[in-house]
Each structure stands twice: as C-alpha cells, then as structure tokens.
Design a protein around this ligand. Sequence first.
Ligand SMILES: [Zn+2]
Length: 371
Amino acid sequence: MKMIYCKRCVLPNTKPGVKFNSDGICSACISVEIKHKTDWEKREKKLNEICDQVRGSNGNGYECIVPVSGGKDSTYQAYVMSKKYNLKVLCVNVVAHLQTYEGIHNLNSMVDKIDVDLIKINVRPSIHQKIRRYALYETGNPNYAEHRVVFAAVAKAALHYQAPLVVWGEDIATEFGGAVANSAKDGSAEDLINNDLFMNLDFDHFVEGRIDEGGLFFYNHPDKEEFINKKIKSIYLGYYHWWDGKKNYDLAKNYGFIPRRDGPLSGNAIDYDNIDEKLCEIHIWFKFLKYGFWRATDQCCYQIWNGRMSREEAVEIVLNEQYKFPHEFLDEFLDYHEITKNQFFELENKYRNPDIWHKKNGNWRLINEVQ
Ligand SMILES: [Zn+2]
C-alpha cells in the first residue's frame, strides 16, 4: 500500500477507518467542515435537556459519571458537568500502572480545585501485565488492556452507583477520522466498546484458558441490556460542545493543570497531551511502525483542524519529529512487560510494515514521506 496524505491536513490513508474523497481530503477534515456547519446552540439545548432530566433523579446519589485520566480533557469534562450543568458528578479513574508526576499532580488538582468526588480503580498488576504482554506480542497493541478496563470499569461504576448519565469526552473516530459507529451519530457512546481501539479483537477468546477469569471483573463490560433496563445514558460531550483539546487545556490550567515539566516527549509536538502515564507512548510508537504515523502527525493534524497551523508548518514538524523514538520511558516499558531490549527490537521488526518502510542510509524511513 502506498501512503497518500490528505491534501488539507497531514493524515495518511493508512489510518484504519479513514476515507479520502475524490479531492484527496480525509474524513477527519470533512468532520471539521461538518463541525463548522453544526448548530451548536441546538446541541447545547439538547444537552441541557438531558441534564434537566437526570438532575435530582437519583436522590442523594450521583447523577453523572465522568471517566478521568489526569489529562486536560478529564479536567474539562469534570468542570463542565459539575459546574456548568450542576450535576452531582462522580469521577472514575482507572489508575495507570506507571504514572507520571504530572498525571498524579493533575488528577489531585482536579479534585482539589474543581471540588469533585473521585474513585480510583486499580486493577491487579499480575493480570494486567499478562494481558498487556499478550496483546503486545500478538497484536502490537498493548494498551488494549487499558482500553478494556476503562470502558468496562466506568460502565460498572455507573451501574453500581445507579448514575443515570455517563459522559465521555470526544468520539475519537469522528474527531480523528476513524470508522464512526452508526449510534455515535447522535452523540450516543453506547457502542463505545466496539470502537476502533478494539480492532475487532474478541476479548473472551483472547484471554480464554490463560488468564484467571476471577480476575477479570473490571475487564468485562456489562450487557447493553442492563444499561437500557436501568435507563443509563452514555454520551460524548464532544457531540454537544465544540471539542478542542487546546481550549480544554487552557481551561484546565485554571484548575491547576500543568504541562509536562521537561517539555514535549520525543516525537511529540506539544507538551500537554498524553502526559499522565508512561506506558502509552511506546504503544503509539507501534502505530507508527504499522501505519506510518503517530504523535507528531496526530498533534499537527489537530492544530490544522482547529485553525492554528498551516499544512506547510505541519509537514516540517512531522518530518523533524516523527522518527524520534520515545526513549524516555523505554526502560520502564521493558521492565513492566519483562522483555529485553533485543526482544523489543524483534517486536519492532515484526510490526514494521514492509509496504511502507524501507532502509535509507542504514536508517528505517517511510517510503512515502509527507510533503
Ligand atoms: Zn485531512
């Protein structure tokens, strides 16, 4: 497959789920056009109605669950749902196993400065490590384990606390040009468990016979039926509000959020995104090996979509940054998964897509670079 890049942003056609129109414009750019044409006042009204319905509906209990990671978007969501819409919010955090200073600080600041309740769910390392390791070896997608827990644990918390509303941030498929679930078209996040992050991997089959089922409570998503019976609604805030990570960051700063102290991580163009834990970065590096793009492209596209960067600037940044390996957390990544550096290099070779990579002067480079 030859890599072709969107003519308006710098997203390549190798991104799973992305579509290009006959003018060479990607579906994420088309989503931006749709955002500009959207009647946001009408959407806001709709969200107000949803909040009016749930406010006061659960006695002294929680009315809204907000999943939080310690990132800028979580702070924004917690702020909006508790202060703007005045709901009784319970934030739910699935604790990262390798947290950063900034991640811990930002989550604590959110609780302290926004003044919300938070529960943390910390799954046992013995099982989590195993699932991550299997996923790394078999799919090159170790964060599969995290995604499972976040979606399932948040859903279980909503059922447990009988909270009628679960508010997710953005629908990544709509915002970043992936395959959009039909149900997401009206703001519903009910099919989130089927989204891009799961790559059609059957979890039951994946863990069968090798992971103790008794340890999987927080990995197993409850039935959709249970949600319907208990009238729990799950939505994307990004459907009702113009979603812009940079604006969320600007708001979060007022509530104690700090960017990465040492500046952007290698391969990144910004210092305020994905800074709450240490295992994700190399997970995303594998995306680069498979699909030929990762952080710099994602971050520059985001700035283009939101009118803050020209395509020319983005091309320059991507070419400068994308080959920089995220060495910052490599040792901890290796330790966590109990693999050696050589085993890691073997994995890199296994997942580097030969259709899009070749060796140039002894270095691995993309055959078709963005220009
Ligand atoms: Zn585009």
